[in-house]
Every structure is written in C-alpha cells, then in structure tokens.
Design a protein around this ligand. Structure first.
Ligand SMILES: Nc1nc2c(ncn2[C@@H]2O[C@H](COP(=O)(O)OP(=O)(O)OP(=O)(O)O)[C@@H](O)[C@H]2O)c(=O)[nH]1
Ligand SMILES: [Mg+2]
Ligand SMILES: [Zn+2]
Length: 321
C-alpha cells in the first residue's frame, strides 16, 4: 500500500482535491483507491443551483485559505466577509492576499478598506510583477502546509503561484479590458508542490460563495456582533426600536458599521433559509420512507404500484355503487 496526495478529483464528490487516500490491490489485483483518509479540514459551499440544500466540498486538508483580492477591481463589499466565513468554517486559517499592488495608486486605500473588513484576519499585499510581498506571504505559511488560492477569474492566482514557485508552472491569462474580468484560464483545481514541502492549490475563479451551515465561521467573523446582540435589554430584542437595544446604540455611535450589521443579518437569513430547505428535504425523505414501509410493505416498486392501482380501482368501484 502507498499513500498519495491525489492531484485530481476522481469522482464528482469523493475524494476531492487535497484528499489523502489508501491505494492498494483490489480482489482482481488491480490498484484501486481503498479508502479516503479522514480530512483535517474541508472547504465547502452550498451547491450552485438555487434551491439546493446540499454542500459541495471544494477542497480537503487545506491549512491556509488565501482569499485573493486584486487592486484593479472595486472591492465588492460583502463578498470578502462571506468568503472569510466559509474559510473559517472549513477548519483552516484564512489569509487575505491583495494582488497587483504595483498597478493602481489606490492600492493603499484598497488595503486599508480590506483590513477593516477582514475582522482581524491577516492581510498581505503582493505584486507578482515586482516581487513585493512574496517573502511575506511565504512567511505566513507553516512548514509543509497546503495553501489554496480562492478568488475571481483574473485576480492573479496562477501568476502568484508562478511567483511563489519561481518559474512558470501555471498558465495565466489576460483580463478583459472593459471590466477587468478574467477569462477562466485555470479550469481545474491543481496542486503545485514547492521544494520545501509546501503545497499550493490553484483553483478556477469562483465568484460566489453560498454559505453552508457555517455557524462556526459566523462566530469567528461576527463574534463581536453576536456578543453585542446579547447585551440588549430584552432577550428577544429584534434590534429595531426597542429601548435598551445595544445594537442600535452601537450603530448610532459608530462602533458597529451599518454595512457590516446588514451583511450579518443577510448571511443569517441565508443560512436560516438553507436550514428550512434542509428540513423540508428531510421531511420529504422521511415521508417517502414511511410510505414505503407502511404502504409498500417492503415490496418492489412494481408491486407497490400495482397495489395502489388496485386500491384506486376499489375506491372507484365503491363510488360507483
Ligand atoms: N500588473 C500586474 N499584473 C498581474 C499581477 N498578477 C497577475 N497579473 C495579471 O493579471 C492577469 C490574470 O492573471 P492570472 O494569474 O491568469 O489570474 P487567475 O486568478 O489565475 O485567473 P483564472 O485562472 O481565470 O481564475 C494576467 O494578465 C496577469 O499578468 C501583478 O502582480 N501585477
Ligand atoms: Mg488561473
Ligand atoms: Zn437589540
């Protein structure tokens, strides 16, 4: 048997990029994955289609999740917080990586804004173009750790990996001149090892991050907000016009940013809706199972259907009488 760090997802779901698996001979003597080893971290998001309540695991066994933000695109306020919630929830440590710092004279402003929103998560500023911040970024990686880069297409993830490796291993692509978006140059998740045992994971650009059951991540990102809401005079305070509302007081004196509070509420609503969908799906599954047990009596689908049509026939006979 041998232990491999598998570079590609073999199946739609298991194992995923970053999984460690046991490979050994099957009964016929062929090499085959016998087992996926337990994951120490798991980055997931809600499956992309709207009414799904299932999780999609994007990567496993990540130590550091690099959230990549290029300075040449306006910072869309709430996406950073949302991504950091998912990152914290994975069990890995998030790190915000600002890229293309050589490009704009607004770089300093962007970084200041990013630091505010990152709620204590470390921020490193890099330029693959002139090498600034590359050493600093490496210093943020524990020995032999795995770093995944997340960010929109054209953010400079693959370029950054090339800068970390020291030569070109990943294809990179121009951004469109109109809206600075990338062209999805990287199309699969790929592992790139460094000489010192660090592993870098390049990913295709992801725009959105539907949160999935991210209570721990919410607590990491919004723990102070949750604590504040616990200080209101009434334990069932809706934080609207109630007297003694600690949230409204903090919004009024500026210690809580309105944008951040609204985004917190939005993410809470999103997860509550997901929980309701999950409950509904579970109750449908339960009803199906119950129906099968009681009505189907463990018979095959065909005989259950026959039984149903017989019952219907009898019912209509009764009606005719
Ligand atoms: N000026 C400057 N340009 C950069 C820097 N890093 C990346 N770029 C440019 O940004 C464009 C996109 O870079 P990529 O590395 O392909 O972006 P990506 O995030 O991998 O994009 P996808 O693979 O599509 O998700 C390329 O034209 C790069 O040359 C940088 O530090 N400075
Ligand atoms: Mg790329
Ligand atoms: Zn309140």
């Amino acid at each position: 048997m041998e232990l491999l760090h598998l570079p590609y997802p073999l199946d739609a779901n298991v194992p995923v990029t970053g999984d460690w698996v046991w490979i050994g001979p099957n009964r016929a003597g062929d090499r085959q994955i016998l087992e996926v080893l337990p994951r120490r971290s798991e980055l997931s998001r809600k499956r992309a289609f709207e009414d799904s309540s299932a999780a999609q695991v994007l990567a496993a066994n990540i130590d550091v999740i690099g959230v990549v933000l290029p300075v040449d695109r306006p910072l869309t306020h709430n996406r950073l917080e949302r991504t950091l919630v998912a990152a914290w929830d994975s069990g890995a440590v998030p790190l915000v990586i600002v890229t293309k710092a050589d490009l704009e004279d607004v770089a300093d402003d962007v970084v200041r804004q990013v630091i505010l929103q990152a709620a204590g998560v470390d921020v490193v500023t890099t330029s693959a173009e002139n090498g600034d911040g590359i050493e600093d970024l490496l210093a943020h990686l524990p020995p032999r750790s795995t770093l995944v880069l997340l960010g929109p297409s054209g953010a400079g993830k693959s370029t950054l990996i090339n800068a970390l490796v020291g030569h070109n291993v990943q294809h990179t692509g121009e951004v469109r001149s109109g809206d600075f978006r990338g062209k999805h140059t990287t199309t699969s998740r790929e592992l790139v090892p460094l000489a010192d045992g660090t592993v870098l994971m390049d990913t295709p650009g992801v725009r959105g991050f539907g949160l999935f059951d991210a209570d721990d991540g919410m607590e990491q990102m919004f723990g102070d907000v949750e604590e504040l809401a616990g200080l209101c005079r009434f334990s069932d305070c809706a934080h609207q016009q109630e007297p003694g509302c600690a949230v409204q007081a903090a919004l009024a004196d500026g210690t809580l940013e309105a944008r951040r509070w609204n985004n917190y509420l939005k993410l809470q609503r999103e997860m509550a809706a997901l929980a309701r969908r999950k409950d509904a799906a579970a109750s449908r599954a339960y009803q199906r199972e119950w129906h099968q047990k009681v009505v189907g009596g463990g018979k095959s689908q065909r005989s259950a259907e026959r039984a149903r049509s017989e019952r219907e026939e009898q019912r209509s006979k009764r009606r005719r009488r």
